[in-house]
Write a protein that binds this ligand. Structure first.
Ligand code: GDP
Length: 201
C-alpha cells in the first residue's frame, strides 16, 4: 500500500532545555523516545523523508533537550532526549527523569508516545520505565522494534510476539526498519489516528 505521507513537510522548530520553553500546550503532540543508539533519529528521518532532520539536533549537550518538530500548525513531534549515554552522571539522569515525569503528567496536548527499541535488545529498564509512565498517565504507547533488517523474518516475528506479551494494555508494537525501509505505512497509520489526520490528504 502506498499513501501520501503527511509527515513529509515536517520542520524543526526549537530545542527546549526546560519545559517552560516548549511551544504552547495546544493541538496535538506525539513524543518519540528511545535509548540512545536504538535508532530513533533514523526512524524520524525515515518518517519525515529527511536525510538528517533529527541529526541536526544530535549534539553532546542535547541529553537534556526536548526537540520540537512541526508537522503542521496544530501538530508537533517532540523528540525526547536519548537515554543511556555512559557519560551522563547520576545527578543529570535523575534531573532528566524528573523533567520527563512532569512532561508526561502535565502535557495536555500529548496524544501518544512512540517508543523506539532495537529489535535485538528490546525492553531494557529505560523502556519499561517509559511504558510505566505512559500507563500511569493513560497515554497510548506504540513500540517501534527497529533495525528489523538485522534479523531474518522468523526471529523478527518472534521478537515482536515476545514484546507484545509484555506490553501493558494501552500499548502496541510493530516491526520497523529505517534502512529497508519496512513498517512505515503502519507507523504513519498509527500517528494519523493520534493526530486525527486523514492519510492521503
Ligand atoms: P538514535 O541514537 O536512537 O537516534 O540512533 P540512530 O538513528 O542514530 O541510529 C544508531 C545507529 O543504528 C546508526 O549507526 C544507524 O545507522 C543505525 N540504524 C538505525 N536504524 C537502523 C535500521 O533500521 N537498520 C539498520 N541496519 N541500522 C539502523
Amino acid at each position: 500500500m502506498s499513501q501520501v505521507n503527511p509527515f513529509r513537510g515536517t520542520r524543526y522548530v526549537l530545542s527546549a532545555h526546560e519545559l517552560r520553553q516548549l511551544p504552547a500546550d495546544t493541538g496535538y503532540e506525539v513524543a518519540i523516545a528511545g535509548r540512545s543508539n536504538a535508532g530513533k533519529s533514523s526512524a524520524l528521518n525515515a518518517l519525515t523523508g529527511h536525510k538528517s532532520l533529527a541529526r541536526t539536533s544530535k549534539t553532546p549537550g542535547r541529553t537534556q533537550q526536548i526537540v520540537i518538530f512541526e508537522v503542521d500548525g496544530e501538530r508537533r513531534i517532540a523528540d525526547l532526549p536519548g537515554y543511556g549515554y555512559a557519560k551522563v552522571s547520576k545527578a543529570l539522569r535523575e534531573h532528566w527523569q524528573d523533567i520527563m515525569q512532569v512532561y508526561f503528567e502535565q502535557r495536555q496536548s500529548l496524544r501518544g508516545v512512540v517508543l523506539v527499541m532495537d529489535i535485538r535488545h528490546p525492553m531494557k529498564p529505560f523502556d519499561t520505565q517509559m511504558l510505566t509512565w505512559c500507563e500511569a498517565t493513560g497515554l497510548p504507547c506504540h513500540v517501534l522494534l527497529t533495525k528489523a533488517d538485522k534479523l531474518k523474518r522468523g526471529p523478527a516475528q518472534s521478537a515482536l510476539l515476545q514484546v507484545q506479551r509484555q506490553l501493558p494494555p494501552r500499548a502496541s508494537a510493530q516491526v520497523f526498519s529505517a534502512t529497508r525501509p519496512e513498517g512505515l505505512d503502519t507507523l504513519i497509520a498509527r500517528l494519523c489516528a493520534w493526530y486525527e489526520l486523514t492519510p492521503g490528504k
